[in-house]
Design a binder for this molecule. Structure first.
Ligand SMILES: Nc1ncnc2c1ncn2[C@@H]1O[C@H](COP(=O)(O)OP(=O)(O)O)[C@@H](O)[C@H]1O
Ligand SMILES: [Mg+2]
Length: 243
């Protein structure tokens, strides 16, 4: 059911809990993603960032708490229904189909769509965003460099024509020049109207790309605020910026 209680918020999460057996990985997290924005989740390894992303996509049974997308309660929808509503995940570790070609991997992102012209337009758009992939379309995904594989993973998610892209550690393990390219791409697709929830262990990258950020520790939000302000926060510096 849709309500228009808060039309400025695209994604609203309240009291999110995720448990693995007896372990509570996410313990009552609230977060908001305002329309038009890039919002970052930062925190060290094991803090619960991936669990939050997977819970938004309903990839795991047994999560509790409210998830609303564009005013609709999505907590009880299946993952494919959430994708149809306009949410796409670029998973941690990319999860490409290694033996399939780049073109086939990209096409997998559009598997729920029937509009061939729309799919073709989005394929062209992905190749505009990542021109390096044009020459690789017939190659198996596993033959690409790490950076190019990340481009395929983002491209595949864009092929579902999302309004909200969930990016889980998109720059991990990549060379600085490639990190810069991925960052530029995130800003470009955001300007074109795609909202972004960005998970990063690299707090510096995340705070530079986002307008608002949440710091997660042991399953709880311990700090949140404007990214420009968090960048200058002593505690954030000490814990996450390595200075
Ligand atoms: N499938 C799982 N089974 C059991 N514990 C898990 C599983 N996935 C994650 N965890 C635990 O949940 C906590 C949060 O993990 P995760 O969400 O992956 O954190 P992050 O993405 O911030 O590194 C960690 O303590 C992790 O060990
Ligand atoms: Mg993770």
């Amino acid at each position: 059911m849709k309500t228009d209680t808060d039309i400025t918020t695209l994604l609203e999460v309240r009291g999110l809990q995720v448990r693995y057996g007896g372990v509570t990985a996410v313990d009552g997290i609230d977060l908001d993603l305002p329309r038009g924005s890039v919002v970052a989740l930062i925190g060290s390894n094991g803090a619960g960032k991936t669990s939050v992303m997977n819970a938004v996509m309903n990839l795991k049974a047994g999560c509790a708490g409210t998830r609303r997308f564009d005013g609709e309660d999505i907590a009880s929808l299946r993952t494919d229904q959430i994708v149809e509503r306009g949410v796409a995940l670029v998973p941690e570790g990319r999860r490409l189909f290694p033996h399939m070609t780049v073109r086939e991997n990209l096409a997998m992102g559009a598997y729920l769509r029937r509009n061939r012209d729309g799919i073709q337009r989005d394929m062209e758009r992905v190749l505009d965003v990542f021109p390096a992939l044009t020459a690789k379309l017939r190659q198996p995904a596993m033959s690409l460099s790490g950076g190019q594989q990340q481009m395929v993973a983002i491209g595949r998610a864009l092929m579902s024509s999302p309004r909200l892209l969930l990016l889980d550690e998109p720059t991990i393990g990549l060379a600085p020049a490639v990190v810069q390219l991925i960052g530029d791409t995130i800003q470009l697709i955001n300007r074109e109207g795609v909202n972004v929830l960005l998970v990063e262990q690299n707090a510096s990258v995340a705070l530079n790309l986002s307008s608002y950020a949440y710091v997660i520790e042991r399953g709880s939000v311990v700090m949140h605020g404007l990214s420009a302000e968090l960048k200058n926060d002593r505690r954030v510096h000490a814990a996450y910026l390595g200075l």
